[in-house]
Ligand binder design. Structure first.
Ligand SMILES: NC(=O)c1ccc[n+]([C@@H]2O[C@H](COP(=O)([O-])OP(=O)(O)OC[C@H]3O[C@@H](n4cnc5c(N)ncnc54)[C@H](OP(=O)(O)O)[C@@H]3O)[C@@H](O)[C@H]2O)c1
Length: 293
């Protein structure tokens, strides 16, 4: 039986993919800070990784918080430390995993509306989230593993039923507050959670693919189109818009950062498409029909 080890596998994405890997016949091992699962101790990590087909690292403090110094440090350190612990444990394995997929984020790219970013982009962003992803990938690719293929998955906003950004936006929309945010022209890159899972399977099956991969649907949309599509699928006719100053105020009240909504993320999955990956949910209407029906 093929073994998948998911570190940070108790969160929004981890819970979904653990279930789907299990349904697909994998033995699923979760690494977590909770005593219910395998711990982060080097001995337990090495034992979990021995002979695994794939290790998927999703661990890290959630970025949906205020960026004060304590939170910023926790966001960075939780990603760097866990990546180091995983790399060190793989190096100590007698039969190392065939593949190590480390989460990364499309937040590494610059915020643009005029041209899409692919993996070939050399000018990355210069804000906090971009810096986090850069440090994360530097730590990850700092390991030069001869027997373990490495993929850093630069993922855009993941849309799923049980968490992430969709839930609060659906609640707002049902309250007639689901209009465009700011001028609505900011680009929104997204991926259906099932396509995220299918990307992981694709990477397991295609051993020529390694390095940096964008994990995002091939059809980014504007914020305005995204909110329209949510309202359409919920059959809500009214959507009151939220100007930028309201978003900034609301973010402060809710203990999060406005840039998560106001920044533009215009990203394409060039390498996945070139490698022949086919999205089950390439456009937003199909994705939201599935998630909101
Ligand atoms: N959701 C998205 O749209 C999205 C988009 C791009 C990238 N990503 C990245 O993908 C990963 C998973 O996302 P997610 O939405 O599933 O996140 P999540 O729900 O916040 O789950 C992250 C997991 O990381 C573990 N964790 C939290 N703080 C930690 C710490 N200080 N040290 C070690 N482990 C810690 C937690 O597991 P335990 O409490 O069990 O230890 C938690 O279940 C994250 O790294 C995120 O940055 C997510």
């Amino acid at each position: 039986m093929k073994k998948v080890v998911i570190t940070g596998g108790t969160g929004f994405i981890g819970t979904y993919i653990a279930k789907r890997f299990h349904e697909s016949g994998f033995l699923v091992v979760i690494v977590s800070r909770s005593p219910k699962h395998v711990s982060w101790s080097p001995v337990e990590l090495i034992e979990a990784f021995e002979g695994a087909s794939v290790v998927i690292n999703l661990a890290g403090k959630n970025i949906n918080c205020t960026y004060n110094e304590a939170n910023k440090s926790a966001i960075v350190q939780s990603r760097i430390n866990t990546t180091l612990w995983i790399g060190n444990a793989i190096e100590a394995c007698k039969k190392p995993p065939e593949l190590w997929i480390n989460a990364s984020a499309t937040g590494i790219y610059k915020s643009t509306t005029d041209r899409p970013m692919t993996e070939n982009e050399t000018q990355l962003g210069d804000d906090f989230l971009s810096d986090v992803a850069r440090q994360w990938e530097k730590t990850f690719f700092g390991f030069n593993l001869t027997d373990t293929r490495q993929v850093a998955l630069r993922t855009s906003v993941v849309l799923g039923r049980d968490g992430g950004v969709l839930k609060p936006l659906v609640t707002l929309s049902r309250l007639w507050l689901g209009g465009k945010q700011a001028d609505g022209n900011q680009i929104f890159s997204w991926i259906h959670i099932e396509d995220y899972f299918r990307t992981l399977i694709f990477l397991c099956d295609n051993d020529s693919v390694r390095g940096v991969i964008n994990s995002t649907s091939p059809n980014p949309i504007t914020n305005n189109d995204f909110m329209c599509s949510i309202r359409k699928h919920l059959r809500v006719l009214i959507g009151i818009c939220a100007p930028a100053f309201i978003i900034k105020l609301g973010a402060r009240v809710m203990g999060t950062e406005p840039e998560l909504i106001l920044n533009s993320s215009y990203i394409l999955p060039k390498r996945l498409l070139d490698a022949g990956f086919q999205f089950a949910y390439p456009d937003i209407d199909k994705a939201l029909y599935n998630l909101l029906k």
